[in-house]
Design a protein around this ligand. Structure first.
Ligand SMILES: Nc1nc2c(ncn2[C@@H]2O[C@H](COP(=O)(O)OP(=O)(O)OP(=O)(O)O)[C@@H](O)[C@H]2O)c(=O)[nH]1
Length: 376
């Protein structure tokens, strides 16, 4: 957990301050272990001003693009190698299809894109910009229907969000970032430390609670997760909180145990509110590629996932899998994570993601401070 390396300190990373060479390469290993609150009493996020004055901040879109271009199967790079004013003949189309499949976009989307190009441009010359534009349009068409914000229903008191995913996917961090967002919106938030499997996860959630001004309901390691969930909801109801988010342990390797535990958590939550959980958010690590598809399938069966968060898109991300998951499952994609900092969670927008994944320039991408596409 405490991998020592030169570069920004843990505190710097917690506050979103990164050394220039490290900005888009978050280590993905440190937990927010000893952070002091990065919020004021109202829970408002003060981390944006926490960057060092001399450093040039990168926008979240720049981080996203940097992450998506870093993996060896990065779509953008392979496209550049493929198209050098080549004719769109059978061989080029086949190569293109292979590249799209290799980038995890899914066979269905890859075939549709190459068919469209074959129909419109067969045996004509195509340049890089034209090709990327067509690809971005097709990818956006797949993603647009699933790009939906995580909407809190004010009629629910509280709105219950169960957060699931495999080990290390970024559940606790995403809960912390969402808590910060909800607090900024003026909502009261309760966090249930339902990952009772790992002591560090409980501590991590408590720190996010301090940082964001959210109330944390926790028990000691090894406690029953469903009892914890029950208690968290009970306290949230008593306090008339707006939102309660319940963390869970990730144990995909033992599916039976996972299924039993998650099912029990849902059952116990429903004893207090039969309409809950109102959202079951599956957190997927973008760097795991195809594995994210399997996780989506299994978690859907286990606990009725209602929406997705994809994290670590600033890393060696293989974000193409999100396109394949969208095409296959049609589940809403609510938010994406582009770093470990409290402000590194963003609403998912189809056009920006599509253009970033094909390596196309994005209007306003040069925006410093990363405000493009942000929630107000
Ligand atoms: N670079 C980067 N790192 C992230 C992102 N989201 C989470 N992380 C890091 O990923 C690591 C794992 O995150 P956690 O939130 O602890 O994951 P978890 O799913 O709760 O893990 P378990 O409790 O083991 O199931 C931490 O070091 C996070 O800081 C992201 O968007 N980008």
């Amino acid at each position: 957990m405490s991998e020592e390396k030169s570069g920004p300190s843990l505190m710097d990373r917690l506050l979103g301050r990164k050394a220039p060479e490290d900005q888009a390469v978050a280590t993905g290993t440190d937990k927010p272990g000893t952070a002091e609150p990065a919020t004021d009493q109202s829970g408002a996020d003060v981390s944006e001003t926490g960057r060092s004055g001399t450093e040039k901040p990168r926008s979240w879109l720049q981080r996203l693009r940097a992450g998506l271009s870093r993996s060896s199967s990065a779509l953008g790079q392979n496209l550049t190698a493929l198209i050098r004013k080549r004719k769109l003949d059978d061989e080029t189309l086949q190569d293109l299809e292979d590249i799209l499949i290799q980038a995890d976009l899914g066979v269905e989307t890859a075939v549709r894109i190459t068919e469209r190009l074959a129909k419109e441009r067969y045996d004509k010359e195509i340049d890089d910009v034209e090709l990327r534009t067509v690809l971005a349009q097709e990818i956006e068409a797949v993603l647009e229907p699933v790009a939906k914000p995580l909407a809190i229903d004010p009629a629910k008191s509280p709105h219950v969000i169960l957060v699931v995913g495999v080990n290390g996917a970024g559940k606790t961090t995403t809960i912390g970032k969402l808590a910060a967002q909800f607090r900024r919106e003026g909502r009261s938030v309760v966090l249930g430390a339902g990952d009772t499997f790992r002591a560090a996860a409980i501590e991590q959630l408590k720190i996010w609670g301090e940082r964001t001004g959210a109330t944390v309901v926790a028990r000691e390691q090894g406690s029953d997760a469903s009892a914890l969930a029950f208690e968290a909801l009970q306290q949230a109801r008593a306090a008339q909180a707006d939102v309660v988010m319940i963390d869970t342990a990730g144990r995909l390797q033992n599916r039976t145990e996972l299924m039993a535990e998650l099912e029990k958590i849902v059952r116990v939550i429903r004893k207090q509110d039969e309409t809950a959980p109102h959202d079951v958010l599956l957190v997927l690590d973008a760097t795991t590629g195809q594995n994210a598809m399997n996780q989506t399938e299994i978690f859907r069966q286990v606990c009725g996932v209602t929406g997705l968060a994809m994290t670590k898109l600033d890393g060696t991300a293989r974000g193409g899998i999100l396109v394949a998951i969208a095409a296959k499952h049609g589940l809403p994609v609510h938010v994406i994570g582009v770093g470990e900092g409290v402000d590194d969670l963003h609403p998912f927008t189809a056009s920006e993601f599509a253009r970033a994944i094909v390596g196309e320039a994005i209007d306003g991408d040069a925006t410093e401070g990363g405000d493009a596409g942000r929630e107000p």
